[in-house]
Design a binder for this molecule. Sequence first.
Ligand SMILES: Cc1ncc(COP(=O)(O)O)c(C=O)c1O
Length: 395
Amino acid sequence: MNLMDPDKLRDDTPACRDLIHFNNAGASLQPAQVTRAQLDHLALEQKIGGYEAALQNAKASAQTYTALSRLLNCHENEIACVESATRAFQLLIAALPLAPGDRILVNQSEYSSNYLTLLHLAETRQIALVFVPNDESGSIDLQRLQQEAENGASLILLTHLPSQSGTIQPAAKVGQIARHYNIPYLLDACQSAGHLHLDVDELGCDMLVASGRKYLRAPRGTGFLYAQEALANRMIPAAIDLQSATWLSPERYEIAPGARRFEAWEHDVAGRIALGVAVNYALSVGMPAIESRICTLAASLRQQLGKIEGISVDDKGENLSGIVTFHAETQPATEIAALLRESGINTSVVRQQNTQLDHYYRRLPDINRASLHAYNTEDEITRFCAVLQQIMSVR
Ligand SMILES: Cc1ncc(COP(=O)(O)O)c(C=O)c1O
């Protein structure tokens, strides 16, 4: 598939026939090819045994690294497959040589679980978290970031696409600042992997984390990290096993080179194979084409939402993603999401409690989130807005 063909995407996605799925920032609908790869491997495990199935499908497992390295434009040994983006984040943070008093620059839109990990780090290891707010446009305040970088820091963190808003953070500009001051830079690409074209060189990030189930359309329980080779080789994993290290003699061991030092021996083989199939699927459609279609559909949704009385669109920024957020003054977000679900439309709710920094500064309540993928259509957007209009008019 070279040119974007939405009908083909929909044909490959059986669930499209039965529902409107605008919860791609939660977990996307899988292409049939992905589910088939996972089920085939599980069937093989049932038939010949788990270790034997892994051996037989070793090439398919290895393909996942090739696919991910193509997705990110990096080397295969800079990739580790893990079970989620949060686990990836925790593994990387725990392996950085941070000392009491070290400063970590963290933005207002950082993902909740990442922020909790950092709060825990600050409390248990006396690390200083330095808050970098967003500016009026909704993007990270680059001037503030630069000032704080000038004062010295051990790490810069950024969430590329916040899960609570449509903002596309200027990740490459942050990368330039990080490189200028020689500060390691960890990018949370959980919502941007499979959504935007990504290239770790262009982004200038040294580390990146993502999950499979979101815009990459892989199964739940899949995720991965990227760690630039030279940096990875200096990082000390918090825990090791037979995969992340080799036992050389009774008293000696060697940590695996590159990012594989962050992997555990036991893993969901079927999920890992299916992740590779999902990434190859996205690459065959073409990331620039996917990005462009998602952003175009989302702009159309924002425009139509803006015409519904009582609905406020909450996304800010010049560059907006496929994540569309909105709320109604008169109806709680959970009630709207439940009524949409009754009409066969999947969306989600962003809770104020889980976005304490961002919602506090933006003075927002719980809000609704409709997140679009390339397999969604203008017709679905029209039907979605008609149902929402109906919900609003009953009040
Ligand atoms: C921006 C962002 N980062 C990280 C995560 C965590 O991903 P996972 O659940 O795979 O750990 C999420 C999940 O919604 C997210 O939206």
